[in-house]
Unconditional design. Structure first.
Length: 114
């Protein structure tokens, strides 16, 4: 059974940084492209970073240059380093494969506020 457990969120001031972690289980992690997504109430879930199996990554315009995704296949874990955080980055952050499984974790709340 696939499972994702996210952690590392919190309250941070604008311009600050956070690193999120997500441990996956129930999948052959190294063979999957992994991504971080975020969601705010009333909005569709948005993908903010992708780490392809291997070393390639992709970022949409909203996160490019500020977020860095990385993965540790030995630990079945994917990370998201977020720098220069803005109020619009406030959301619940989730990890999943790309494309995602139907099962989602609880997510981790990131709040950017002074």
């Amino acid at each position: 059974q696939v499972q994702f457990v996210e952690s590392g969120g919190g309250l941070v001031q604008p311009g600050g940084s956070l690193t999120l972690s997500c441990r996956a289980s129930g999948i052959l992690f190294s063979t999957y492209d992994m991504a971080w997504y975020r969601q705010t109430p009333g909005k569709a879930r948005e993908k903010v970073a992708t780490a392809y199996s291997g070393t390639s990554t992709y970022y949409p315009r909203s996160s490019r240059g500020r977020f860095t995704i990385s993965r540790d296949d030995a630990m079945n874990t994917v990370y998201l380093r977020m720098n220069d955080l803005r109020s619009e980055d406030t959301a619940v952050y989730f990890c999943n494969s790309e494309p995602p499984f139907s099962a989602w974790g609880q997510g981790t709340q990131v709040t950017v506020s002074s």
